[in-house]
Design a binder for this molecule. Structure first.
Ligand code: G3H
Ligand code: 13P
Ligand code: ZN
Length: 306
């Protein structure tokens, strides 16, 4: 059934684990995630970006997720990822999502507060959860590309959460979107995370840009004609540590993209006479499922928590 993140995050916060929030763009991705969740009896968050809405079409992507909800017994959250405007948040709230992110992280502090407050007012009237973001991740954040991290300031985070009434907060502690997260050693600022959560006890924290950029898939893509050089993600032990702390939601998109692309490259290279899309898309779906299962059992710790 469709649920609010409320109970999911309460369990994750108290239990020292995290829920996976997986970006969905098509049927195979949704099916792969749902099959993994079912086999592991794990709660899942399906999240849709503005780009996903544009790619699949809002009606299609909603209907695909509705089909997943009809079939499953698992608790599932439907979430808007990086909502850019009040209007888009309102649209998906009216369309039945149980959670939205309003991303005002690129705005000046007071403007981020004002925009977030506006979304919180409408969302809470409709029983919908609001994730907000303070701080800026390096890399590509929707259409805004920033070269520098602006790590979340703990005192500002406390003021921001207090004044906006947001339900969860995405923070910048060293992760970034995409496949190139670190040039040198991978590190996250756990002291900063601890300071933020000490000032905001019980507020679920969200980690964006949290793909681990699974080396197996990078190597496979490169072996079969790809050219993905220097890719580096967040090491799994750092993600496990984050999950054991106040981080309740871990966002994963890049690992889905890499898993699918690697398997499709391999399949097509090894089966040059094949042209039935069900062949390579079937392999891609299987890869998504196995990757998500691995996250659930070995990284997030949410197996059996549904
Ligand atoms: O944070 C961005 C997510 O990976 C979604 O990416 O905007 O290309 O759909 P997208
Ligand atoms: P990755 O690029 O690390 O998968 O992050 C995804 C994300 O944060 C979606 O909001
Ligand atoms: Zn993100």
């Amino acid at each position: 059934p469709l649920v609010s993140p409320k109970e999911m995050f309460a369990g994750a916060y108290a239990g020292g684990y995290a829920i996976g929030a997986f970006n969905v763009n098509n049927m195979e991705i949704i099916q792969g995630i749902m099959e993994a969740g079912s086999e592991e009896n794990a709660p899942v968050i399906l999240q849709v970006s503005a780009g996903a809405r544009k790619y699949a079409g809002q009606r299609y992507i909603i209907k695909l997720m509705e089909a997943a909800l009809e079939i499953t017994d698992l608790p599932v959250v439907l979430h808007l990822d990086h909502g850019p405007t009040f209007e888009m948040c309102k649209e998906v709230i009216d369309g039945g999502f149980s959670s939205v992110m309003i991303d005002g992280s690129h705005l000046p502090f007071e403007e981020n507060i004002a925009l977030t407050k506006q979304v919180v007012a409408y969302a809470h009237d409709h029983g919908v959860w609001v994730e907000a973001e303070l701080g800026r991740l390096a890399g590509v954040e929707e259409d805004v590309s920033s070269n520098e991290h602006i790590y979340t300031d703990p005192d500002e985070a406390a003021e921001f959460a207090g004044r906006t009434g947001c339900d969860s907060l995405a923070v910048a502690i060293g992760t970034s979107h995409g496949a190139y997260k670190f040039t040198g050693e991978a590190r996250l600022d756990f002291d900063r995370l601890d300071k933020i959560s000490a000032l905001l006890p019980n507020l679920p924290i969200v980690l964006h840009g949290a793909s681990s950029v699974v080396p197996k898939f990078v190597e496979m893509a490169n072996e079969f004609g790809g050219n993905i050089g220097g890719a580096k993600g967040v090491p799994e032990d750092l993600l496990r540590k984050a999950a054991s702390k106040a981080v309740c939601k871990i966002n994963i998109d890049t690992d889905i993209r890499l898993a699918m692309t690697a398997e499709i490259r391999k399949f097509l290279a090894q089966n040059p006479t094949e042209f039935d899309p069900r062949g390579y898309l079937g392999e891609a779906r299987k890869a998504v499922k196995e990757m998500v299962r691995h996250k659930i059992t070995n990284v997030l710790g949410c197996s059996g928590k549904a």
